[in-house]
Design a protein around this ligand. Structure first.
Ligand SMILES: Cc1cc2nc3c(=O)[nH]c(=O)nc-3n(C[C@H](O)[C@H](O)[C@H](O)COP(=O)(O)O)c2cc1C
Length: 275
């Protein structure tokens, strides 16, 4: 389904990624796949095989990882009852329940602590915010590799950041040891072709790319045009709200954070103090 959305001719890859004509002249199939990404929130009932999951995880483990620490784990959830409970903890999002597989990516400092215990060593660095960040960063890099791998196999996925709405309950459900927190989920399945969704326009490159030094005035100039592009995209797909409006609502304050404003305390409770 993804390849149909992108033309590859004479090394040119075109994409509606910016809501307007855009192509790169160093095109290839990997780029085509990446530029055609979209989150999938509607799945068919088709099975995702164990072999496919093994391939996704091999891709995930092939991502770079800080100092080769590999400070993450992933819990493969297929049990419908458990998946349903996790969906409830993640804002009751229906696609989590519906997906045949939910991969829960864990920032995992517990493994290093077990290694330390077996070696009579100290790993006090795991008590610092920097190491927790490494756990989250590396889990995200790994999961994104799995996303691309899934798309290359004709599967679709959506990240589930709402898995951090109730991290203590998610940790209990997955029997995570201290030093572990679910960073996010990834719902995976075969895309339902009737889903009303497309390639979501991103900010123009002029808004995110700076040359040599950061130029806020130049970067913000294209934002109102982007609002129009994104609003048109949302309206085509039965939704509303320009980018400016959406980000201001999402970032309004603690009340718009679905409980995650207490993350510092939650991390501490789960054994990831952020000194
Ligand atoms: C870390 C992370 C957490 C996310 N959490 C959710 C989520 O809980 N629910 C959801 O529907 N989409 C979630 N998404 C998907 C984003 O909404 C989506 O990637 C974004 O709107 C861009 O759309 P696209 O992926 O279709 O291009 C998440 C994405 C990321 C990267």
């Amino acid at each position: 389904m993804y390849m149909k959305l992108v033309d590859i001719e004479a090394g040119v890859t075109s994409t509606p990624r910016y809501g307007a004509a855009f192509s790169v002249t160093v095109g290839n199939h990997v780029l085509a796949l990446q530029l055609a990404h979209r989150s999938v929130r509607q799945f068919t009932e088709e099975h995702v095989t164990e072999e496919q999951v093994r391939a996704l995880i091999a891709a995930a483990q092939s991502a770079p990882t800080s100092s080769n620490l590999q400070p993450w784990s992933v819990v493969v959830v297929r049990d419908p009852a458990r998946k349903s409970r996790l969906a409830q903890l993640a804002a009751g999002q229906q696609f989590v329940d519906q997906a045949p597989v939910l991969l829960v990516w864990i920032a995992d400092l517990a493994r290093a602590r077990r290694v330390a215990a077996r070696n009579g060593a100290a790993v006090e660095a795991t008590d610092y915010l920097e190491t927790t960040l490494i756990g989250f960063i590396d889990a995200a890099l790994a999961a994104q590799n799995a996303v691309v791998a899934a798309e290359s196999l004709g599967l679709g996925s959506t990240f589930v950041g709402a898995m951090r709405n109730h991290p203590r309950e998610v940790a209990a459900e997955l029997e995570l040891p201290r030093g572990c927190i679910a960073a996010f989920g990834l719902a995976v399945g075969v895309p339902d072709p009737t889903e009303n969704a497309g390639i979501k326009p991103r900010l123009p490159q002029a808004a995110v790319v700076h040359h040599e030094t950061y130029d806020a005035v130049a970067a913000d100039a294209p934002l109102s045009a982007y609002d129009e592009h994104l609003l048109a995209y949302y309206r085509r797909h039965g939704l509303d709200g320009a980018w400016t409006e959406r980000i201001l609502t999402r970032l309004e304050g603690p009340g718009s954070m679905a409980g995650r404003h207490e993350m510092r305390k939650i991390l501490e409770d789960l054994g990831l103090p952020s000194r």
